[in-house]
Design a protein around this ligand. Structure first.
Ligand code: SF4
Length: 322
């Protein structure tokens, strides 16, 4: 994957926050998150369910509005632009969903599903041009021409996800949020879809945010990784650095839980996480991981650790790093 960090970031978030007002109080789904994603790169976002990673993906596409913070796309601040302008900008920012079946109309055939965004956005003048483009997109994502008139329920999960990928590509975007795109698929199909996404990235110079709970998957595709815990970024580094030198106790626990097929590694150190995930509703002061952290100290329950750069491009939020 090309290293293009000398270029300006394509996507940037500063102090991005999304708080939901729920019956029991304020749910801090995303809390003061910062990141930059450079052209042609992939930022992997990992964490357990409920850590806010999908809300982060929805917020940066403004499918849900941020509570506060700033978001920049190609240097333009877009968190407050009007609906019409946002609609235009969103052509460059698309999403691939976890469950393609829930995001497509089951009464539409494959060709119509892929054509839908192009029709809505009047990308081409005639239907003939649109359906010629559909044919090209089907070929690009590895869907046989004969499936153009098939319905989603007639296809397996892998083919349905290929429809989702083709639809996301149909407006020729620069940036795609991939929200758990392979989690619902069999392992062999997962590899095919990951390879497809990586090939498309090279071919079309795409930039991804890749959201997943699966660290083995994120390692394959990401240039940088951000680890989230209860709405906060607790560690961010290049993929190689994070796997070689994890610093946050939560990241260490996640990495040690990855199954290793090598029998010589069966005695590797396992960092077990004890206890339950605490609630993101009205969070207490201090480190959000304190209730489960084996290294917790008294100050951890009082002061929230800021995200600090502990080595070049390696950021950690933990009092142990002070
Ligand atoms: Fe653990 Fe304290 Fe670090 Fe939080 S700040 S991860 S509780 S050591």
């Amino acid at each position: 994957m090309a290293e293009l960090k000398t270029a300006a970031p394509l996507m940037e978030a500063r102090n991005l926050t999304k708080i939901f007002n729920v019956s029991r109080g304020m749910l801090h789904a995303v809390d003061g998150v910062d990141f930059k994603i450079y052209p042609g790169q992939t930022l992997g976002v990992v964490g357990e369910s409920g850590c806010g990673k999908s809300t982060l993906g929805n917020t940066i596409l403004r499918l849900t509005e941020p509570t506060s913070g700033e978001m920049y796309f190609e240097g333009k601040e877009y968190s407050k632009v009007g609906k019409r302008e946002m609609r235009e900008m969103r052509k460059d920012m698309q999403m691939i969903f976890q469950d393609p079946y829930s995001s497509i109309d089951p009464r539409m055939c494959v060709a119509d599903i892929i054509a839908e965004y192009m029709i809505i956005n009047r990308t081409y003048k005639t239907k003939r041009e649109i359906y010629a483009q559909v044919e090209k997109l089907m070929d690009t994502v590895g869907l046989a021409k004969r499936l153009a008139e098939a319905y989603p329920h007639e296809l397996d999960g892998g083919r349905r996800q290929r429809i989702g990928v083709a639809r996301a590509l149909s407006l020729n975007p620069k940036f795609i949020v991939c929200d758990e795109p392979v989690s619902a698929l069999d392992v062999s199909i997962q590899a095919q879809i990951l390879n497809l996404l990586m090939d498309l990235q090279d071919e079309y110079k795409l930039t991804y945010m890749f959201i997943t709970h699966n660290l083995s998957v994120v390692k394959q595709i990401s240039s940088d990784i951000m680890v989230m815990y209860l709405g906060k970024c607790v560690e961010r580094a290049t993929s190689d650095e994070l796997f070689a030198n994890p610093r946050h106790p939560y990241t260490k626990a996640l990495l040690s839980a990855i199954p290793v097929p090598d029998i010589s590694m069966r005695n590797k150190e396992i960092h077990l996480i004890q206890g339950e995930v605490t609630s993101p509703i009205n969070p207490k002061p201090g480190c959000r991981f304190a209730a489960r952290c084996p290294m917790a100290r008294p100050e951890c329950s009082q002061e929230s650790p800021p995200l600090r750069e502990v080595s070049p491009n390696h950021f950690v939020a933990c009092h142990l790093e002070e």
